[in-house]
Design a protein around this ligand. Structure first.
Ligand SMILES: Cc1ncc(COP(=O)(O)O)c(C=O)c1O
Length: 428
């Protein structure tokens, strides 16, 4: 991986574009290191939504305001299809959440594509795992699960492929783990799985990965992918997906009078569409500092790549530290789970623990000291299956964002030292 950090001037500008980077909304100083649970908000996305909410007009009319609202929607659909999902053709699926998108697409495939088994992995978010299991059960298909690898925090390609056969109806594999940051090599998985079944339907959950890197449905060859804007600096209350031409026309819930490939159901929310285009504008703006291209897709990909690279450098800093403050790997009293070499490409998630302290208490200690992190524990339905298949019972998930600085990472490391020291005193 390239060692890259945004320079101070650009990082300052980036930070100014977000709400609450240094303080929470009550004015309390804090580090928001919970960006896999809901990312820092881009001001432009919130403002674009608010502005559009002021307009009362129905977009399904023929006047000039409706035309403006329709143009807003068309721009967003193109942004989603070509840029966020890196796709050509197909249809965009809009719902309230990414989970709903996943259930809808999986249902259309499993109910309508011939085959006797459905495959997913043990490390999927429940929305992908349970969608696959639910519709496999309803259609009497065998449900198969490829198991996680505790050494990598992901699932080996061979382990996935050994479940695929000529009767597989659907393979569902996430693009990145929201617990370990492990990146799945979706392109290779698709290529190898289709050697076994050439017309295999494949979906990837892109909710963790797409906010942190560029993605191309076209290049990977998947049939479907989903995405949640609120994890990508955007707003809550919408989830999006892309489906290939052959999935788009499978039977699904829609108004009967609309074209077969229509997945929209109900009057479209133009404020949400304006917000997603504001996110794309922002990433393109980041990209414009690194490429002279004026092509929106190239700008976006350049922006995402630099966002990913900056986050990778912050992750290395958090792991290795400096002469002044030891990294997590070097702090006695800290467990680093599901770690990988510095050269490994991954999303910036650190799964850690404080020795002798349960995860919820550790997360509370961080919170008291002004750091928001999240405890993932095996008593939670969102975490149990994933953690146990990766050989751990819990961890604290630390997920900063590209808006953060190396100084903030060092501050986190010092706070971790303090928590460890206090824990030792308390144990005496
Ligand atoms: C990897 C992954 N997939 C899917 C989801 C579901 O997103 P939502 O709860 O917004 O539907 C999440 C949410 O945490 C996630 O992390």
């Amino acid at each position: 991986m390239e060692h890259f950090l945004f320079d101070d001037a650009l990082l300052k500008e980036i930070r100014e574009k977000f709400y609450y980077v240094e303080k929470d909304h009550t004015g309390k100083k804090r580090l928001f290191f919970e960006n896999s649970g809901g990312s820092l908000r881009l001001k432009a996305a919130v403002e674009a939504k608010a502005k559009m909410e002021e307009i009362p007009d129905c977009p399904e009319r023929t006047n000039n305001i409706a035309e403006f609202l329709q143009a807003t929607k068309q721009k967003a659909l193109t942004d989603l299809r070509e840029i966020v999902f890196g796709a050509k053709g197909g249809s965009i699926v809009c719902e309230l959440t990414a989970s709903q998108v996943m259930f809808r697409i999986v249902r259309a495939i499993v109910e309508n594509v011939p085959g006797t088994n459905v495959i997913t992995t043990s490390v999927e978010h429940p929305s992908a795992h349970d969608a696959a299991q639910t519709f496999a059960m309803r259609t009497g298909k065998e449900f198969r699960v490829a198991m996680g690898n505790p050494k990598t925090g992901g699932v080996d390609i061979d382990e996935i492929l050994r479940h695929v056969d000529k009767d597989t109806c659907l393979l569902s594999v996430m693009s990145a783990s929201n617990v370990s940051g492990y990146l799945f090599d979706i392109k290779t998985i698709v290529k190898e799985a289709r050697k076994i079944k050439p017309d295999l339907f494949i979906i990837t959950d892109g909710v963790q990965h797409l906010p942190h890197s560029s993605f191309s449905a076209e290049e990977t060859g998947v049939d479907a992918v989903n995405f949640a804007p609120y994890k990508a600096f955007g707003i809550r209350g919408c989830g999006y997906g892309w489906v290939s031409d052959r999935v788009a026309t499978l039977p699904h819930d829609k108004l009967l009078g609309k074209v077969p490939e229509e997945w929209e159901l109900g009057t479209f929310p133009h404020p949400n569409f304006a917000a997603i285009s504001a996110v794309v504008d922002y990433v393109c703006w980041v990209g414009s500092h690194f490429t002279s291209s004026t092509d929106r897709k190239e700008l976006y990909f350049a922006g995402r790549d630099k966002i990913h690279a900056h986050e990778h450098a912050l992750w290395v800093r958090m792991m290795d530290g400096t002469d002044k403050v030891p990294g997590l790997r070097k702090q006695e009293g800290v467990d680093v789970f599901l770690d990988s070499s510095n050269d490994t490409d991954r999303d910036f998630i650190a799964a850690v623990g404080i020795k002798g302290m349960d995860m919820a208490s550790a997360a509370r200690e961080y919170y008291k000291r002004g750091v928001t992190v999240f405890e993932r524990v095996n008593t939670s339905l969102y975490s149990k299956r994933i953690l146990e298949s990766l050989g751990i019972t819990g961890c604290i998930r630390v997920s900063p964002l590209h808006c953060h600085t190396v100084d903030e990472i060092d501050e986190f490391l010092k706070i971790t030292q303090e928590i460890v020291a206090d824990q030792r005193l308390a144990a005496k």
